[in-house]
Design a protein around this ligand. Structure first.
Ligand code: BGC
Length: 360
């Protein structure tokens, strides 16, 4: 009798286990997903990396998360390891979108699916899907903000505003959309002389910032300050367009050193709602940022991974915008949202993204 009870018990435990594993999350712990992030140096990628890891693990996957110190060779060799160690899907935020064709050929040969994360990977057929934010909209929100705050619609060339421009890394395809979106809004005003750029540096290549580095942006702004004699008592500077927060932070540092204070600070745009940027917004230096909720992006990517593993169609909502040179990559675009000191509480604190203490 005891034996029968024991056997029944074992069977029922096994059955429960089977039931849980079938009805539970999509992943199986034997399915390994490689997550390759560009760097730990910028807050954004730390957050993206840990969100991705946590959400993939919650869905039942094993995760190999690597950060590549903004070094292309490091990213390539980390990807090689992921490929040889049996990852079934690779989620990659590239350092340079043009440098992964060879390594991803190896992935394709092993039928490993690749999801480009946030930044499109260019010139390879190995990329199956792209998950990002609406990058063009990021640029137009920034541009529209400047039009509004500077009252450009009611100005003329006899009453212009003075502005400089900063964007990000030339190897990041996103800058075409951020800078392109902002310029689509601002260029008509530049053409009419309503916006004057005293340095004359308005071409994307001239405004680029290697690795989106705060230090590089600060150096370039310091040079612009010296060569154009910008300052609260010098040449007028009304605004600096910055594609994101890491560049905005460098520009802000340079302007503070030049003597600007919250009362007379040029309008600075940004993107990411990094902690430093939010602190700057609260201090009255940076004017705005864009909130891209990386938790939403991570959960979309988990849905994509799940669908790939189940052989079903991953969620996409854009099939025409993102051509990587070999054709359009089916994409899911999350919504970017305008952020400022007026709405940061509801946007960032109430949503649990940051605690009030982190912003002190
Ligand atoms: C991302 C931005 C980020 C920048 C620098 C871009 O590809 O879309 O959110 O600020 O990289 O890390």
């Amino acid at each position: 009798m005891k034996k029968i009870i024991c056997a029944l018990l074992v069977l029922s435990i096994a059955f429960t286990g089977l039931f849980v594993s079938c009805s539970g999350k999509g992943g199986s712990s034997s399915t390994k997903v490689g997550v390759s992030m560009p760097t730990k140096d910028l807050q954004r990628w730390n957050q993206d990396g840990s969100n991705m890891k946590a959400q993939l693990e919650k869905a039942g996957y094993t995760v190999d998360l690597q950060f590549a110190a903004n070094d292309i060779n490091t990213q390539v060799s980390q990807l090689e390891n992921m490929i040889t160690s049996g990852c079934k899907v690779l989620v990659i935020a590239s350092i340079d979108g043009n440098s992964l064709s060879n390594v991803l050929e190896a992935a394709q040969k092993k039928n490993i699916k690749v999801i480009a994360y946030d930044r499109l990977i260019m010139n390879t057929k190995a990329v199956s899907y792209y998950a990002t934010f609406d990058n063009y909209k990021v640029g137009t929100i920034q541009g529209d903000y400047l039009v509004d705050k500077l009252g450009l619609k009611s100005r003329s060339a006899s009453d212009p505003v003075y502005m400089e421009f900063f964007t990000g890394d030339p190897g990041d395809n996103n800058i075409n959309f951020f800078f392109g979106g902002a310029m689509d809004v601002l260029k008509p005003y530049l053409d009419k002389g309503v916006i004057v750029c005293p340095s004359g540096q308005t071409a994307k290549a001239q405004c680029a910032t290697l690795n989106w580095s705060t230090e590089e942006a600060q150096k370039r702004m310091e040079n612009l300050i010296t060569s154009n004699k910008y300052g609260p008592k010098g040449t007028k500077l009304d605004a600096v367009y910055c594609s994101n927060d890491s560049t905005a932070n460098g520009v802000t540092n340079a302007l503070i050193s030049a003597g600007y204070t919250a009362d007379n600070f040029p309008i600075i745009t940004g993107q990411d709602c990094d902690i430093v940027a939010v602190k700057n917004m609260l201090a009255g230096t940076q004017a705005m940022s864009i909130f891209k909720d990386t938790r939403t992006l991570a959960s979309k990517v988990v849905e994509m991974v799940d669908a790939i593993m189940k052989g079903s169609e991953p969620p996409v909502n854009d099939t025409k915008t993102y051509d990587n040179g070999t054709g359009v990559v089916p994409s899911f675009l999350c919504e970017p949202v305008y952020g400022s000191k007026e709405n940061y509480k509801s946007l960032l604190i109430d949503s649990g993204y940051y605690t009030e203490a982190q912003l002190k």
